[in-house]
Design a protein around this ligand. Structure first.
Ligand SMILES: [Fe+2]
Ligand SMILES: [Fe+2]
Length: 143
């Protein structure tokens, strides 16, 4: 079945809510992490925030350009005080985000929105780098 513009806008708003969730999550993880590697982890989580904010900016601009209304609510945010669990939560969120953008690429393609499709592919590149970084950090976790 062909994608409609309403379906695409609904999807982009879900993506925007997930980017807001990512910004809040990384901000809070940076504050909540503890232990001997606290400063390093704090800097790492903080370093993710500009990318996610840029994604939110792109999505909000695009939703408005396509005639939609941008969402104001983040997806639910899960926090923890366990450093490893933070990385696991972040890894799962990045993986889920990649799947959503892959679906959005198909919808944009269905609607003949080539520029949107290409930009969404760029977002997949960013989120894949984030996901791989989480994997590298989880790989040799001690303690
Ligand atoms: Fe993002
Ligand atoms: Fe990300």
């Amino acid at each position: 079945m062909a994608t409609t513009m309403d379906e695409l806008l609904e999807g982009l708003n879900l993506d925007l809510a997930a980017e807001f969730q990512a910004v809040i999550t990384y901000r809070l993880f940076a504050s909540l992490c503890t232990g001997p590697y606290r400063q390093e982890l704090r800097g790492f989580f903080e370093s993710e925030i500009p990318d996610e904010l840029e994604h939110a900016e792109f999505l909000a601009d695009k939703i408005v350009a396509l005639g939609g209304t941008p969402s104001t609510e983040p997806l639910p945010v899960t926090i923890t005080t366990d450093n490893r669990k933070m990385l696991e939560i972040a890894h799962q969120a990045e993986a889920d985000t990649i799947k959503r953008y892959e679906e959005r690429v198909k919808q944009a393609d269905d609607l003949g929105l080539t520029a949107l499709k290409v930009r969404l592919e760029d977002l997949i590149v960013d989120e894949t780098a984030h996901k791989e970084e989480m994997e590298r950090r989880l790989e040799n976790w001690k303690g």
